[in-house]
Design a protein around this ligand. Structure first.
Ligand SMILES: O=C(O)CCC(=O)C(=O)O
Length: 385
């Protein structure tokens, strides 16, 4: 992957549409993607999850997510889990794990050299149990179930190791990279370290969740087809220089509204696929800004995203059914992390998932018939009689 390619937006930053090699790495950006195929033969038996208290989203949280395009749920992930991710990040950096596609540090490298090798790694849930487990973290899925569910598919994982001095990512919209139809994409960003202005936290532009997805040249039809008559193209999405990245002009319509997502370890930011966001370089002297990020969609959304597979029947079969059920194909987690794909109790709505009562009530919904016409039906006064 080259920086030029990133600028074109064809693979930019979200690890999609990556071509044939099993491992792709751009040394300049420190982005590594591992694209291991999954076969049924490799799928491990289900490991039940214990010890997680279900998180139930409040009405206010739901409203906030829609009103500002993102929601931060404080302390959603335990400190124990965060510490596991932090320890794991050191194992990855220092080459203590044998991960296909990740090179061990060269002999004699200094800690500084070792820690600067990777800005982020992509899609390791296909090769490491711990990444699968955090992509399918039950409390993260609890929130997604409320925001974009009840049926949830887990599509992408990224582990940011943003070291002091590590680059940011310019304005972008995630659904540009990961289109789904209907468009239900949502990211979940788990803070491993405190993230603030100094070490390159995320910034969101509330209001932009109502904007369409702006295409780059050559991708005009990718998200909205030709339904929007005056949709302009943009250039250099994800590039940090705002004078090149013309999505910054969309952000400028919301001047004064942009906010930093200041987060403590264990806080999780949920952000929809349309909201404009970006991050700056890590300007701190010695503070990492590590985070584990998953991207999800409603499991009933169709997608062709992933690995450059031109299969017109979609790529849903490659993405894990995390919660609920779906009429579309889906994948089962390779390492057996409990989720809807391998645990009937989480499958719903016909099983016992939280979608069950919802679906049952749907069947009972009021019928709107055309005759006989009841003129008083929508007249508020008629109810006072
Ligand atoms: O963590 C960052 O700096 C950027 C992450 C991001 O933009 C994303 O996950 O979509």
């Amino acid at each position: 992957m080259t920086l030029a390619k990133l600028r074109e937006g064809s693979v930019a930053g979200q690890g999609e549409m990556m071509a044939a090699p099993k491992v792709a790495k751009d040394p300049g950006l420190g982005i590594t993607a591992v694209m291991a195929p999954v076969t049924d033969a490799e799928v491990a038996p289900t490991k039940p999850l214990t010890g997680y208290e279900r998180y139930r989203v409040s009405v206010q949280e739901y409203v906030t997510f829609h009103a500002q395009g993102f929601l931060i749920v404080r302390g959603l992930v335990s400190q124990e889990d965060v510490q596991e991710l932090a320890r794991h990040s050191e194992d990855l950096m220092y080459g203590r794990l044998d991960v296909p596609g990740l090179e061990s540090p060269p002999p004699g490298a200094s800690p500084w050299e070792i820690e600067q090798r990777y800005l982020r790694v992509h899609m390791l849930h296909r090769v490491l149990e711990i990444h699968e487990r955090y992509l399918l973290h039950p409390r993260v899925l609890d929130v997604l179930e409320a925001l974009i569910g009840p049926d949830v598919m887990a599509m992408q994982s990224m582990f940011f190791l943003k070291f002091p001095g590590g680059e940011g990512q310019g304005y972008h919209q995630d659904s540009y990279y990961i289109p789904t139809v209907p468009d239900t994409l949502c990211g979940a960003w788990i803070a491993v370290d405190r993230a603030d202005e100094e070490n390159g936290c995320m910034w969101f532009v509330p209001g932009t969740q109502n904007e369409p997805i702006y295409p780059t040249a050559g991708r005009e039809l990718a998200n909205h087809g030709d339904a929007l008559g005056d949709l302009p193209t943009v250039e250099n999405v994800s590039v940090t220089d705002d004078s090149l990245n013309t999505l910054s002009r969309v952000a400028a319509k919301y001047a004064g509204r942009e906010v930093p997502a200041i987060m403590e370890p264990g806080d999780v930011a949920f952000f929809g696929g349309h909201v404009l966001h970006h991050s700056y370089r890590n300007m701190s002297q010695g503070r990492f800004r590590r985070s584990f990020v998953g991207h999800y969609a409603n499991a009933r959304s169709f997608t062709m995203w992933g690995y450059g597979d031109p299969d017109a029947n979609g790529s849903n079969y490659k993405h894990i059914l995390a919660r609920g059920s779906t009429h579309l194909p889906y994948a089962t987690p390779r390492f057996g992390t409990a989720c809807a794909a391998n645990t009937p109790a989480l499958r719903g709505p016909r099983a016992s998932g939280s979608g069950a009562p919802m679906m049952a009530n749907m069947a009972d919904g009021e019928m709107m018939t055309t005759a006989p016409m009841d003129m008083a039906r929508n007249d508020p006064d008629s109810h006072n009689e």
